[in-house]
Design a protein around this ligand. Sequence first.
Ligand SMILES: NC(=O)c1ccc[n+]([C@@H]2O[C@H](COP(=O)([O-])OP(=O)(O)OC[C@H]3O[C@@H](n4cnc5c(N)ncnc54)[C@H](O)[C@@H]3O)[C@@H](O)[C@H]2O)c1
Length: 733
Amino acid sequence: MGPNWTGHHPRAAWRGLLNDGKVGEHMQTKVNDVVSLERRGNVAVISIDNPPVNALSHPVREGLLASLRYAIADEDARAIVLVCAGRTFVAGADISEFDKPPQPPSLHESLDAIEVSTRPVVAAIHGTALGGGLELALACHYRVAVGSARFGLPEVNLGIIPGAGGTQRLPRLVGVNTALHMIATGAMIGATEALQSGLIDQIVEGDLTEGGVAFARQVSAEPRQHPRVRDRDEKLAEARAEPHLFDDFRASIARKSRGFLAPGVAVTAVEAAVNLPFDAGIARERQLIAELLQSEQSKAQRYFFFAERKSAKIPGLAADTPVVNVSRAAVIGAGTMGGGISMVLANAGIPVTLVEQNAENLERGLGVMRKNWEATAARGGSSQGQVEERLARITPTLNFEDIADADLVIEAVYEQLKLKKDVFAQVDRYAKQGALLATNTSGLDVNQIALATARPERVVGMHFFSPANVMKLLEVVRGDRSSDTAIASAMNMGKKMGKVPVLVGVCEGFVGNRMLAARGKQADRLLLEGALPHQVDRVMFDFGLPMGPYAMADLAAGIELRWRRRQETGEMDFIGDRLAELGRFGQKVGKGYYRYEPNSRAPLPDPEVEEIIREASRREGLQRRDISDQEILERLVYPMINEGARILEDGVAIRPGDIDVIWVYGYGWPTYRGGPMFYADSVGLAQIRDRLVALQAQHGDFFRPAALLERMAREGRRFQDWEQTRSAATVGS
Ligand SMILES: NC(=O)c1ccc[n+]([C@@H]2O[C@H](COP(=O)([O-])OP(=O)(O)OC[C@H]3O[C@@H](n4cnc5c(N)ncnc54)[C@H](O)[C@@H]3O)[C@@H](O)[C@H]2O)c1
């Protein structure tokens, strides 16, 4: 708790602090546990020290307000500098307080006190000024920052908008376009752009606090009114002259923000900044954020924020588990996946030995990598110099012995168990002791692959998703014999490669594809009963996924892959077989479940396919019927949830949140629905269980509710309350 400044003469209070003998000039006095105060000459310095990111929790707000009042009351302090200790300026509100009753002082109250301060307040920023942190800086009269500082209002990613004046103050400083970009998409900007746009007043070289104090001394010496952001109107006037600006912006984010509430609300809030007086704009912002905070979307997005962080914690793994330090990697196979994985490694600055069996494939793989990097450069994502630099990190070879200096070996050869075992026997022969050995298999038994080596404890699965250089998900597969070091190293490397690694166990399809298969079976069944691919896909698209199962099959050569697999297993699938026999191998040949116009990716319904589907129904003796969108949704999504419950029963996923992270990053499940397991909670587990029971009566045992789902439904529990009993260390942070 901070000292009680009320009842004292504030000046006397600060003096009181000083007289305690604890401080003098250039000595910090603690105002409370997280805020301290110091005077450097005629400048008061308030420091926030609330690790890890100086979040604006209740003690910070309280300490801030108290120190501000001490400082303002002190005649010797002409100006005030606000700095943060540790690695960053305030990087946000304290999200854990969102759903609790508000504890005064509110952030608004603290910010208002800064803005009306008779002494100019200078925010001195390093690290990232994010969310409430940037709003705090915006309430100050001036902002200075180190060159590496970054600024953003990422609230939209939590399904809300800034709620402490950010939507009203930011456009006044940087203009409406930049503000819209930052507030409605959550984009961050760096110090140079911040200086150019007017967000900050100076970039400080050298010591930040000293620089902030010097700046404060200078402005306080000038006989001028210190600017309050709320009073500024020049940049808003510019926007008033461009009435189309908001509609144009809405159109520009339509595709990426499809289904999300918060981005549109963010635009509305910035419109209010332009059209309403400041105080009315603040009131509007408050009303808008209050609505968003209540929304299912924001609950889902906040849930997901924590689920993603928790997924890095592995129960039972000691925090000091040693990890393999990877300074060089080897990738076996230069095909679709091997090429993408090599790109990711090279992008992360890690040199790669790329091993092929076949010179032609090696050449082709390198060509694809170059083309992909050049495409990024053409879009402005990197320079031509970087393309060459990254290519130079790849050492192609046809010689297995060349993997000898790699600390990490990732195998990405054809999906055949015998081949993979042969390859791992070779890897075992040449890889150095201590190297981490990983297979990118999508479905083969990682345990069997590990046993092809004499060091199965070093082997894990690293299941990347296609395109590997784009998709963020990495399923790290723990084999029976995988050591803690192997797990921790794979998780750690996943992060270094810019991926979201999630630990899973060995089973057919691991987590993501196992649930996808459950959905796929029902989708195919729905076609036989009366639905058509475009109806099934539309239901999934409207639900928020980027595409449905049939558009996805066309994109990812699904017809061909499954056809080849059936040829091995001897299974039959009338529709799939007919499409494959007709050479309808998907988008790359212009036809699959849909047809495609030349140079277009737009799936168009095709009568030829519909006739095949009708024939399939006839052969099954099924009378085709109209199937409602609701039925399609339930029959696709509830089996996924049921499979998710089985995955938890089997211990293949550690927690429901991990399944949700997998579906968001691997398959584009919309974060505003949290993930399949969170979605199950929002529907209600009892309702899902009841529907599965009804479907089971109608369609058979495929729909039998998992025992875990049954039990949780009976007990009135939710997946999001899943408790972790064992201790968990965060890996790689
Ligand atoms: N394509 C996907 O969407 C996807 C996604 C996740 C995982 N996977 C898995 O990744 C692996 C590779 O799939 P892909 O799509 O990249 O296959 P691909 O056919 O594009 O490439 C495989 C490459 O491995 C090379 N190769 C085969 N035997 C070799 C050997 N003994 N030594 C060195 N190189 C050899 C081949 O020449 C070929 O270039 C498979 O296990 C697959 O299941 C694929």
